[in-house]
Design a protein around this ligand. Structure first.
Ligand SMILES: [Zn+2]
Length: 312
């Protein structure tokens, strides 16, 4: 028996302990990913959504990663189990949800893939989560901090590694979503030629994608009433809820804006204003660095220099 064959046999055999499960899944990650991606590819074929090209391959691979992640997260609590069978059953369950995201053919358009790609990253990366405010509504960091009512400590916490998004995170999300440079240019071109049409299309897709991905975090899933939002801001608690839910819920973001309008002079109500590429300069960061630095204007100047120096 070849090495690969031995691994396949192990993956189909009962794993008795969590330690064994961890060891085996680490060793067999490529095989597990291959199997998950195969399921995704088959699903697309069976539902008439497959085309033999690189963007569909990338889409299948991305779903493969997502499915594998689900398996790794919940698999440990299913021990004892047969890893391959457990993976198959998790995937079958995923594809038989009442409304799996992949049924929506619209999401196979370049714009759909872009929006789904960055939103799916936002579920696992705070950089991506914070970036949504910019990519969907064109909001600067300073504006986001004010709308969300974040203090200096919170602002620094959520934007701490944001440079990473500009340098590698965005690239990775776009690569995984299978959107090519040509397609990005096409969307940008449409933004100039038919801005209203693009906005309407984005509005519909954003709603679809956000509703789907909010489910992945049940604790922060529910939309709050205006009263509850008002309490949350007045009593100054639950920053996580604000950040997570408002990044993934356009309706609540607008409600919160309306509610806090008096404190948001100079900021317009968040409208869809797609920005496909990350903001290259870190200039906006100065807004709150300078503020939190106790009026020390030089601190802001230094961070701008540092950021623009590294964001070539
Ligand atoms: Zn909401």
């Amino acid at each position: 028996m070849g090495e690969r064959q031995v691994l396949f046999t192990k993956l189909s055999t009962l794993v008795a302990t969590v330690e064994e499960f961890d060891r085996l899944t680490v060793e067999a990650l490529p095989e597990l990913l291959e199997r998950a991606t195969g399921h995704a590819r088959r699903f697309l074929r069976d539902t008439g959504q497959w085309t033999d090209d690189i963007s569909h391959e990338k889409l299948a691979l991305r779903w493969g990663y997502e499915l594998l992640e689900r398996f790794l997260v919940c698999g440990r609590s299913e021990v004892p189990c047969r890893p391959f069978f457990l993976l198959d059953s998790i995937i079958a369950k995923y594809f038989s949800q009442p409304e799996p995201l992949c049924y929506h053919k619209d999401l196979l358009s370049p714009l759909g893939r872009f929006l789904e790609g960055i939103t799916s990253r936002a579920v696992v990366s705070r950089d991506a989560l914070m970036a949504l405010f910019y990519h969907l509504y064109g909001l600067s960091q300073g504006q986001v901090v004010r709308i969300l009512g974040l203090g200096a400590v919170e602002s620094q916490r959520v934007y701490k590694n944001f440079e990473r998004w500009r340098q590698t995170g965005w690239q990775r999300a776009v690569a995984e979503s299978g959107v090519s440079e040509t397609e990005l240019r096409q969307i940008e071109d449409q933004k100039h030629r038919q801005p209203e049409q693009l906005k309407a299309e984005a509005d519909r897709l954003i709603r679809l994608v956000q509703t789907h991905y909010r489910r992945s975090e049940p604790e922060h899933f529910s939309c709050l009433t205006n009263q509850k939002w008002a309490d949350l801001f007045e009593q100054d608690y639950d920053y996580d809820y604000r950040v997570w839910h408002l990044a993934l819920c356009r309706d609540c973001l607008i409600d919160v804006y309306d509610l806090r309008q008096d404190e948001l002079a100079g900021i317009q109500s968040p409208q869809i204003d797609l920005r496909l590429r990350p903001l290259q300069k870190g200039g906006i960061v100065t807004l709150f660095w300078a503020k939190s630095g106790g009026g020390n204007g030089h601190a802001g100047g230094r961070s701008t220099q540092r950021l623009s120096g590294t964001s070539a």
